[in-house]
Design a protein around this ligand. Structure first.
Ligand code: IMP
Length: 198
């Protein structure tokens, strides 16, 4: 996983992965968010993605922007066990000072990661900074995060696909499925046979 959850998610339901968001629904949401961003930033915007989970979403999103857009990435460490503490592993190449910036996230769960990254960005004095997240797991929020652009709100479940992983598996699924964490903890590849055709 990009970062292990800071507190355990709801107990898994067991059994096979459950389809949650189809490729068509994902693409419709990305198109909607692209249109919203195009309207909000007619003079261009810098999209900042957090590696690695945001990559498929950001790659699709940027192709729906009608105005010029730059892209940059940063990487942060997983939480230290039982703390919300993260640190910057890879910094941006771009100076965000005076820029309109949108932080692009795959999922906002407790909100600790987005809060940390927003703090880093704001410290560098962009002209504006907003958050665009594909998924909002609002029910698990520990720290309030201002989410300006949201694809879907989901419940308290662990999901994989379309960028999101468990131990680096399942990022390349074209859809999002709800997974049973206990099953994956027993065998990270447990769903490979079910979720991939070959
Ligand atoms: P946060 O709890 O909002 O700080 O989220 C931290 C990170 O945990 C996210 O950026 C994801 O990388 C990861 N994460 C949280 N929930 C899930 C999930 O359901 N599936 C996969 N990764 C998740």
């Amino acid at each position: 996983m990009g970062s292990p959850p800071a507190r355990p998610p709801a107990a898994g339901r067991g059994g096979p992965p459950r389809p949650l968001i189809s490729p068509a629904s994902l693409q419709a949401a990305v198109a909607r968010l692209g249109a919203e961003l195009s309207a909000a930033y007619p003079d261009g915007v810098l999209l900042v993605g957090v590696l690695k989970g945001s990559v498929p979403f950001l790659a699709d999103l940027v192709r729906h922007l009608g105005a010029s857009a730059s892209v940059d990435f940063l990487a942060i460490s997983a939480y230290a066990e039982n703390t919300g503490r993260v640190r910057l592993l890879k910094d941006l190449d771009t100076d965000v000072w005076g820029r309109d910036v949108v932080l692009v996230e795959d999922i906002v769960d407790t909100g600790l990661t987005a809060t940390y990254v927003l703090g880093e960005l704001r410290r560098r004095q962009p002209r504006s900074v907003e958050v665009c997240t594909l998924l909002d797991k609002a029910v698990r929020r520990l720290v309030p995060v201002p989410l300006r652009y949201v694809g879907f709100e989901i419940g308290d479940e662990f999901v994989v696909g379309y960028g999101m992983d468990f131990e680096e598996q399942y990022r390349n699924l074209d859809r999002i499925v709800a997974a049973d964490l206990n099953t994956l903890r027993g065998d990270a590849a447990a769903y490979v046979g079910t979720l991939y055709r070959s």
